[in-house]
Ligand binder design. Structure first.
Ligand code: NAD
Length: 493
C-alpha cells in the first residue's frame, strides 16, 4: 500500500466476476492535484463488452448472495470495516495523493467509512418488515423485503471512499449485486476499496468495478439489466440519468449539487458562527456538496460577523494535502481551477467585493485556488450557481423574512444552517428553509450515518431519496405484503 513518499504509478484493472481484468478501452490516468506531473494511476477504460460481462456476472451472482442471508451479509460488511481499520493509513495517504485533500480530511473520510460499514453491518439485525393484525383468525399479515436486483452505483471524486460506501454497503446488505462506475479522477481509491471488499468475503460477481468516463456511466444506467441506479454528482448529469432510468422503470436515487446558506441572526454567538461557517465553506477546499456558499447576515450582526470572518479566512493556507501545515489542498483538476477562477472573475465584474483571502503557495505546481470571502448581493451569479471551490459570499438582509427568502432563492435544497438562540427564529427556519438537512448553531457540512441524508428540489430526486439511516432500505429493497394462512380456510382443525 502507498506510503507518504510513494510516487510510483499504480496500474489498475477492472473487477469483473471476481477477477481483476485488463480492459482494452482508451488509456486514462489519475494525476496528483498537488503535483500534476505525478501520475498516480494508469488504466485502460472499460469497454461495452466489459460492461456486458459485469452485468451478466451481477445477475448470475444474485441467487447465491440471496441465500447467504442478511446476517451473513452483515458479517461480510463487519469484516470489511475491520480491514479498513487495518488499512486506514495507507488508504488515507493514497486518497490525499489522488484527490488532493489534506491528510487530516482523508483520515476523517476513512474513519467515517469505517463507521458506515459497521453501521450497515449492525443493521442486519434490525427488523426487516412489519406485521399487521388480520381479520381472519389464523392469518398472519406481514411485509417482507426482497433485493431489487443488479444496482448501478455511480460516484463522484470529492468523497471517493465514503460516498461509494454509503451506497455499496446497504446495496450488498439487502442482497443486491453491484456494478460500480467510480469517478474517473479517483480510480485508485476505488480499486483499493473494491479490493478490500473482496478480501472481506464479497463473492465473485457480487461487486463489479468498472473504471471509465461519463459515457461508461451512461451506458450502465441505460442498460435494461440494471434494476436500480444510485448516483451522486452534478445536476446536469443527474437530469440525464433520470431520463435514462425512470422512463424504463428502473429505481433511481440521486444526490446532486447544493448552494447552501448560513443565516446569522443578530443574537448569534458571532465568534462561534464565524468558525463554523469558515470550516463549512472552506474545508476540503470547498469541494463538498454541503459546503456553505452563502452567508446571510441579519441586520447589524453583519459588521461584527465580517470582523470575525476576516482573520479566519486570511489565515487559510493552501498547500499540498500531505503537508501538515496546509489548511486545504488544491482543487481536483486544472479544469476545476479554471472554473473557480472564472467564477471569481465574473463575480468581481458583477460588482462583488473581495472581503478576505487566504494564501496559495508561490510557484507551486498544484491546482491551487485562493480561498476567498466575497461581499455582495443575490444579483451575483455566484450566489445562484454552484461553484465547487473555496469561495463564499457574505450578504446582508434586514430581517428574518428576507433571510429565509434569500436562503430559498436558488434551485437547490441540500443543507442550511442558522445561528441563533431565538426559539422563534429556529422554528421558522426549520419549517420554512428549503433544505433536506438543517443545522442549528452548527456547520452546513457533516452528517451522521444513522440519520437520513438527502436534499430537496434540484439537490435530489423524489422518494425514496434518502441515503443512510433506516430509510435507505426502502431504496435497496422491494417490499411485498404477505397474507399467510397456516391452514387453508375450511380445513382448520
Ligand atoms: P459529475 O456529475 O460530473 O460526475 C459524477 C459521476 O458521474 C462520475 O463518476 C462521472 O464519471 C459520472 N458521469 C458523468 N456523466 C455521466 C453520464 N452522462 N451518465 C452517467 N454517469 C455519468 O460530478 P463530479 O464532478 O464528479 O462531482 C461534483 C458534483 O457532485 C457537484 O455538483 C457536487 O455538488 C455533487 N455532489 C453531491 C453530493 C450530495 O450528496 N448531494 C455529494 C458529493 C458531490
Amino acid at each position: 500500500m502507498a506510503n507518504a513518499t510513494t510516487t510510483q504509478t499504480l496500474e489498475l484493472k477492472q473487477l469483473i466476476n471476481g477477477q481483476w481484468e485488463s480492459a482494452t478501452g482508451k488509456q486514462a490516468q489519475s494525476l496528483n492535484p498537488a503535483d500534476p506531473q505525478e501520475v498516480v494511476a494508469s488504466y485502460a477504460t472499460a469497454t461495452e463488452e466489459n460492461l456486458e460481462s459485469a452485468i451478466a456476472a451481477g445477475r448470475a451472482a444474485l441467487a447465491d448472495w440471496d441465500k447467504v442471508g442478511i446476517i451473513g451479509r452483515g458479517r461480510v460488511l463487519r469484516r470489511a470495516a475491520q480491514l479498513l481499520e487495518e488499512r486506514a493509513e495507507g488508504i488515507a495517504v493514497l486518497m490525499t495523493r489522488e484527490q488532493g485533500k489534506t491528510l487530516a480530511d482523508s483520515r476523517g473520510e476513512v474513519g467515517a467509512t469505517v463507521e458506515t460499514l459497521y453501521y450497515q453491518a449492525g443493521s442486519a439485525r434490525n427488523a426487516t418488515g412489519t406485521t399487521f393484525p388480520s381479520g381472519n383468525g389464523d392469518e398472519l399479515v406481514r411485509t417482507i423485503r426482497r433485493p431489487v436486483g443488479v444496482v448501478g452505483v455511480i460516484t463522484p471524486w470529492n468523497f471517493p471512499l465514503q460516498i461509494p460506501a454509503w451506497k455499496i454497503a446497504p446495496a450488498l446488505l439487502w442482497g443486491n449485486t453491484v456494478i460500480w462506475k467510480s469517478a474517473s479522477d479517483t480510480p485508485a481509491v476505488s480499486v483499493a476499496f473494491a479490493n478490500l471488499l473482496i478480501d472481506a468475503g464479497v463473492p465473485a460477481g457480487v461487486l463489479n468495478l468498472l473504471l471509465g468516463p461519463g459515457s461508461l456511466g451512461d451506458a450502465l444506467v441505460s442498460h435494461p439489466g440494471i434494476a436500480a441506479v444510485t448516483f451522486t454528482g452534478s445536476v446536469p448529469v443527474g437530469h440525464q440519468i433520470r431520463e435514462r432510468t425512470v422512463l424504463r422503470g428502473a429505481k433511481l436515487q440521486m444526490e446532486l449539487g447544493g448552494h447552501n446558506a448560513a443565516i446569522v441572526m443578530p443574537d448569534a454567538d458571532v465568534a462561534s458562527a464565524a468558525a463554523f461557517i469558515v470550516a463549512a465553506a472552506m474545508s476540503s477546499t470547498g469541494q463538498k456538496c454541503t459546503a456553505t456558499r452563502r452567508i446571510i447576515a441579519v441586520g447589524d450582526v453583519h459588521d461584527k460577523l465580517l470582523e470575525a470572518l476576516k482573520p479566519l479566512v486570511s489565515a487559510l493556507v493552501s498547500g499540498p494535502g500531505i503537508d501538515a501545515d496546509s489548511s486545504m489542498g488544491p482543487v481536483i483538476s486544472a479544469r476545476a481551477q479554471r472554473e473557480v477562477e472564472e467564477a471569481l472573475d465574473t463575480a468581481r465584474s458583477e460588482g462583488a467585493t473581495v472581503l478576505a483571502q487566504g494564501s496559495v503557495p508561490a510557484d507551486a505546481p498544484g491546482h491551487y485556488v485562493t480561498p476567498t470571502l466575497l461581499g455582495g448581493t443575490d444579483a451575483l451569479t455566484i450566489t445562484r450557481e454552484e461553484v465547487f471551490g473555496p469561495v463564499a459570499t457574505l450578504m446582508r438582509v434586514a430581517n428574518l423574512d428576507e433571510a429565509i427568502a434569500l436562503a430559498n432563492a436558488t434551485d437547490f435544497g441540500l443543507t442550511a444552517s442558522v445561528f441563533t438562540s431565538d426559539e422563534q427564529a429556529i422554528r421558522r427556519c426549520l419549517d420554512e428553509v428549503v433544505a433536506g438537512l438543517i443545522k442549528v448553531n452548527g456547520p452546513s457540512t457533516g452528517s451522521e450515518v444513522h440519520a437520513p441524508f438527502g436534499g430537496l428540489r434540484d439537490s435530489s430526486f423524489p422518494a425514496p431519496r434518502e441515503q443512510n439511516g433506516d430509510s435507505c432500505a426502502d431504496f435497496y429493497t422491494e417490499s411485498k405484503t404477505a397474507y399467510i394462512r397456516t391452514a387453508p380456510a375450511g380445513h382448520a382443525s
